[in-house]
Design a protein around this ligand. Structure first.
Ligand code: KG4
Length: 338
């Protein structure tokens, strides 16, 4: 049996998970609340919080899984992309732990891990995984990509954002409305109470399968500025409709390109991953596409949408099977592609 400990520390969540032969045994996430008052993640504070969290989180993950550290087959960790100081904490811990236990160390690409989260089994009989090749829409605070997934290790980016990510569009527009950080979940909640057709925002015209969200952010800002001149309470009076209309625009932008990519590549198995995949409007649109275009869709459980170590452990598991181990001299990288 292959038992993998996964470690994730790329941004502001410290997480550890245990996966045995592809089946989830535990997935512990310690969120960092220290950033809330700053309206965004403060890298230095994130690194310090990871240092405080990492040992208790790993301890809890092993305990909940009922696994002794001596039973582990390998330690997998997020090497990047992410915040360098944060990544260093997970990387250093993983190196030390694998050295002490004398077991292999496995470096994992965070973006690849988001995609492979779809292969985490809830139990030994779980067969809900996607079939290759499939398309994966990876949408988070830092990425918006359409990925063609040919195998566990062969992935090709068909299109990606040329500026802001979809999560950033949610967060920045929420900030303009005076909503708390991170704005994505708040917009989602308010959108459920609003009319998505009340306001129209322009969609970008970008060639191919690439995305752009900076124009939407600017037009949203100017629209509010003009309306606030006429009525100082405009945001307060229209908060739900603004959120619903904004969410619809972002979801439509994402789905228009994804639909085109699915059509052109003749692939109808389509997955979504990353923090923004928690969005109820995006999930509803996936369901709608399944009904309308016969897509076979894969939507992750909520706990696997935001940053988590289960996705790192499952990626580590497939690398373990291939014998893809990492030298102990490995260093993290802040930027990298899939
Ligand atoms: O993957 P993730 O946890 O990590 C980063 O890339 O940082 O994604 C976080 C992003 C944030 O921008 C957050 O606002 C967005 O995902 N997000 C949402 C929702 N939940 C999280 N956006 C829209 N609707 C949601 N329900």
């Amino acid at each position: 049996m292959a038992i993998i400990l996964g470690i994730e520390s790329s941004c502001d969540d410290t997480s550890a998970a245990v996966i045995a032969d592809g089946v989830i045994c535990s997935n512990i996430v310690a969120n960092q609340t220290v950033h809330q008052e700053y309206g965004g993640v403060v890298p230095e504070l994130a690194s310090r919080a990871h240092q405080q969290n990492i040992i208790p989180v790993v301890h809890k993950a092993l305990k909940q899984a009922g696994i002794a550290k001596e039973d582990l087959s390998a330690v997998a960790f997020t090497r990047g992309p992410g915040l360098l100081g944060s990544l260093l904490v997970g990387t250093s811990f993983a190196k030390g732990f694998s050295t002490a236990l004398d077991i292999p160390l496995i470096a994992v690409n965070h973006l690849q891990a988001h995609v492979l989260a779809h292969f985490i089994k809830e139990d030994a009989d779980d067969e809900s995984r996607p079939n290759f090749p499939f398309l994966c829409l990876l949408v988070s605070g830092g990425n918006s990509q359409i990925i063609k997934v040919d195998s566990y290790s062969k992935m090709e980016i068909m299109g990606q954002t040329i500026d802001d990510a979809a999560g950033e569009a949610f967060d920045k527009c929420a900030k303009v409305m005076g909503l708390p950080y991170p704005g994505g979940p708040v917009v989602d909640k308010l959108a459920k109470l609003g009319n998505a057709h009340k306001f129209k925002f322009n969609k970008p015209r970008i060639a191919g399968y690439d995305y752009s969200f900076s124009g939407l952010k600017t037009s949203f800002l100017y629209f509010l500025r003009d309306e606030l001149k006429k009525d100082a309470d405009f945001i307060e009076k229209n908060k739900e409709d603004l959120c619903a209309s904004l969410q619809k625009t972002i979801v439509d932008i994402l789905m228009d390109k994804l639909r085109q990519a699915a059509k052109d590549s003749n692939i109808n198995e389509v997955a979504v991953a990353g923090g923004v995949s928690a969005n109820s409007g995006l999930r509803a649109s996936f369901e709608d596409h399944a009904n309308r275009y016969g897509w076979k869709i894969h939507i992750p459980k909520f706990e696997y949408t935001t940053d988590n170590a289960a996705m790192v452990a499952i990626t580590g598991y497939y690398k373990y099977l291939e014998g893809e181990f990492t030298d102990k001299s490995v260093t993290p990288y802040a930027r990298t592609s899939i």
